[in-house]
Design a protein around this ligand. Structure first.
Ligand code: ADP
Ligand code: MG
Length: 338
């Protein structure tokens, strides 16, 4: 899509977005709630009319191509299955619309249910499936007519967290196995990074950064993007030979090839950037501590400033205790625009 803009009344929900999805590529549209992700996806699907710019496939403008002729598959947050049809009936629906004959349909349904891990579920009622199973059926249904592009809008958001993490891994594998080209909307960075070959970060209706997950994670383009990606603290630093010197000491941020040039930068610190470490060079005092699943989060005063830090559950200091910290490069991002 180029220069794509979608307005609701006077308000642009999507502004001037340029984004390409390559054949076989999975791109995640990642951004906070309300930033325009669904609107963008709906415009690609043909469900919203662009107020400017265009959506094209292989160079062909799709402005006059209606939703059902675009050859795109759609999956929404709640699968929107047909409650009165069984699993096979749901999966076969699109193929029936396309006039695929009965035997071929049944064969393809079997194949797709195997692919999504629901082999043998053909005759089950969809109302008797768990949320995760329903989303798998919705995915199989969308894949059935072999769409040239799969559009997924928060496909896992309605599920509880443990299931979501597992299904994100399954979905990533499944999209690869199916060789699918896909645009996936999510507000969850873990999910985006699990699924995508490339992430497009949206904010305020605009795409602010695109790149491979690792790059976006380690080199957010500005402080706003960094904050969205979990960097609660942004600090000035100076880089020399790949090592950044900042208020709390030193941390390696670049490789030996000078991927981070010498000079002033801004560092984004995630909550895991500082770790309790008896041998750490940073000393502070614990102000707060909260137990999480597999670690303890701390708020630590160092000098006159306060920082987030993490400690192992087995050796978590108490509030009021002194604590030593070291900086963990994995929790530190370098802002690309700095
Ligand atoms: P996201 O999917 O990122 O949460 P949306 O694309 O749903 O965001 O919404 C982007 C903005 O457009 C929001 O401010 C939302 O309130 C507004 N919006 C979405 N749909 C409509 C609509 N049908 N009419 C008016 N405003 C809308
Ligand atoms: Mg949305």
């Amino acid at each position: 899509m180029t220069g794509l803009t979608v307005r609701y009344g006077d308000v642009a929900a999507v502004s001037d977005v340029d984004l390409r999805v390559a054949d076989g590529e999975v791109v995640a549209l990642l951004g906070p709630s309300g930033c325009g992700k669904s609107t963008l996806l709906r415009a690609v699907a043909g469900l919203e009319r662009p107020g400017g710019g265009r959506v094209a496939w292989d160079g062909t403008d799709l402005a006059s191509t209606p939703v059902h002729r675009r050859g795109f598959g759609l999956v929404f947050q709640d699968g929107q299955l047909f409650p009165h049809r069984d699993v096979a009936g749901n999966v076969a629906f699109g193929m029936r619309m396309h006039g695929v004959e009965r035997e071929k349909r049944a064969e393809r349904v079997d194949e797709l249910l195997e692919l999504v891990g629901l082999g043998g579920y053909q005759r089950r009622r969809v109302t008797e499936l768990s949320g995760g199973e329903q989303q798998r059926v919705a995915l199989a249904r969308a894949l059935a007519p072999e769409p040239r592009l799969l559009l997924l809008d928060e496909p896992l958001s309605a599920l509880d967290r443990a299931l979501r993490e597992q299904l994100a891994v399954d979905l990533a594998r499944l999209l690869r196995d199916a060789g699918a080209t896909a645009l996936v909307v999510t507000h969850d960075h873990d999910e985006a990074f699990t699924l995508a070959d490339r992430v497009a970060l949206m904010r305020g209706g605009r795409v602010r950064q695109t790149g491979p997950p690792e790059l976006v994670w380690r080199r957010p383009v500005d402080a706003e993007v960094a904050r969205f990606l979990g960097c609660g603290t942004v600090l000035p630093a100076r880089v020399s030979d790949g090592v950044a010197t900042f208020a709390l000491g030193e941390v390696r941020v670049g490789d030996a090839n000078g991927d981070v040039p010498d000079g002033p930068v801004r560092l984004g610190l995630r909550s895991t950037a500082l770790r309790a470490d008896p041998a750490g060079a940073i000393t502070g005092e614990v102000l707060e501590q909260v137990h999480r699943r597999d670690h303890v989060r701390l708020l630590v005063r160092v000098g006159t400033a306060e920082y987030e830090a993490v400690a192992p559950v087995a050796a978590a200091p108490a509030v009021g205790d002194p604590v030593r910290l070291s900086a963990d490069p994995d929790g530190v991002a370098v802002l690309a625009g700095s």
